[in-house]
Design a protein. Structure first.
Length: 360
């Protein structure tokens, strides 16, 4: 077993969004301090951190100095540049491992990695230019999604294409940005599995989550998912396989499409090497949340119990939806979480609510 960080140690978190904020709160519950490194003076995580550094992620000397001042470094967003992870690694252990970020940051590398593990994904093919678009479409079939390889999240960087002409137009609009084309999956529901893996390689799983997306953004998550025990077992097995292959440490989210009655019924869409929006319900419906378990894993502590004591429905408060905070705060059986963001821009995650129900 690794040496556990002692209470009073400092967790360095790259990124200052709501995930960093909830990680910092979980760390403080365990008597650990959080040092947030973020590039935005209004970062929501700054409000709850013991130490803050305002800096650019490209300022490698500043990132290394930040890492030298903490006991372990983690990240709350997956698009952190490899150079920044490398700079941090020179001064402190970095968890999850940089390999997990390298794979999750590039949709083509990610799908190739999963396929090589024998995990099923949507049909996909790289497209670089008009010259190989036809070959790619032959492999994938229309309708399809044209996605940028990098910097896609919440449905950004993807276009639905139904004809070859639409695909050519969408590709031209990318102006040479590396892309892939992916078959459109007719799924029954979207699922995610949150697995936490410790430094010694042990894993624990939260119950499989059923997710509803609107405009590519997660709108709601419910637990339990409406799936059979055998599908839940298979989903968990896949997530564990990915976590082991990455030598992951911390929480890993594996997002999947479930096609009822089809073979194979589960296709992995993407992985996120971090705590995840679809695990927010664990704050209120589990003894130990995904945030606390991530902190435990990177600090070398024993992992905490992941079982749920209640059924839960988590709903994101996006943009102006947060104006309902007063009514939501007064609602029975409901936990309200607001992220302290000043400006409620459309599409921006401002908070979430989790409604609890007796365990089914
Ligand atoms: P992504 O940015 O890849 O996470 O996709 C965001 C959302 O778009 C997913 O959660 C799905 O709702 C939808 N989506 C992505 N890829 C596909 C696909 N191949 N087939 C059908 N829907 C998809």
């Amino acid at each position: 077993m690794p040496d556990a960080l002692l209470p009073g140690s400092t967790i360095g978190i790259m990124g200052g969004g709501q995930l960093g904020r909830m990680l910092a709160l979980a760390a403080s519950q365990l008597g650990l301090k959080a040092h947030i490194y973020a590039d935005d003076a209004n970062a929501p995580a700054f409000d709850v951190a013991a130490v803050r550094t305002l800096g650019d992620y490209g300022d490698l000397a500043a990132v290394e100095a930040f890492a030298a001042s903490v006991d372990v470094v983690t990240c709350e967003f997956e698009n952190v540049a490899a150079g920044a992870l490398e700079a941090a690694s020179r001064a402190a252990p970095v968890y999850p491992p940089p390999l997990a970020f390298a794979i999750a940051q590039d949709r083509l590398t990610e799908k190739t990695f999963l396929s090589e593990l024998g995990i099923r994904v949507a049909p996909f093919a790289a497209v670089s230019d008009a010259g190989n678009l036809k070959d790619a479409l032959d492999q994938v079939k229309l309708p399809a999604l044209l996605k940028t390889r990098r910097f896609g999240y919440d449905g950004k960087g993807q276009a639905l294409v139904k004809t070859e002409a639409e695909a050519s137009k969408a590709l031209a609009e990318l102006q040479g940005t590396p892309a892939l084309i992916e078959g459109l999956i007719a799924f029954s529901r979207e699922l995610s599995v949150l697995v936490v893996r410790g430094q010694g390689g042990s894993t624990q799983f939260y119950d499989t989550v059923e997710n509803v997306h609107q405009n590519g953004i997660l709108a709601a998550s419910r637990v339990p998912a409406r799936i059979s025990a055998s599908v839940a077992f298979e989903a968990r097995t896949i997530a564990g396989q990915v976590a082991d292959a990455l030598h992951h440490v911390g929480v890993l989210a594996v997002e999947m499409f479930h096609r009822e009655g089809a073979e194979p019924s589960l296709l992995v869409n993407e992985i996120a090497p971090r705590v995840h929006n679809s695990g927010h319900w664990t704050l209120d419906a589990c003894l130990i949340s995904q945030f606390e378990n991530h902190v435990r894993a990177i600090a070398g502590w024993p992992l905490g119990e992941t079982s749920r004591h209640s059924d839960a429905l988590m709903t994101n408060l996006i943009g102006a939806e947060m104006e309902r905070w007063r009514a939501l705060a007064g609602e029975e059986g409901t936990a309200l979480h607001l992220y302290g963001k000043a400006e409620a821009r459309p599409g921006r995650k401002m908070g979430h609510v989790t409604r609890l129900y007796p365990k089914s």
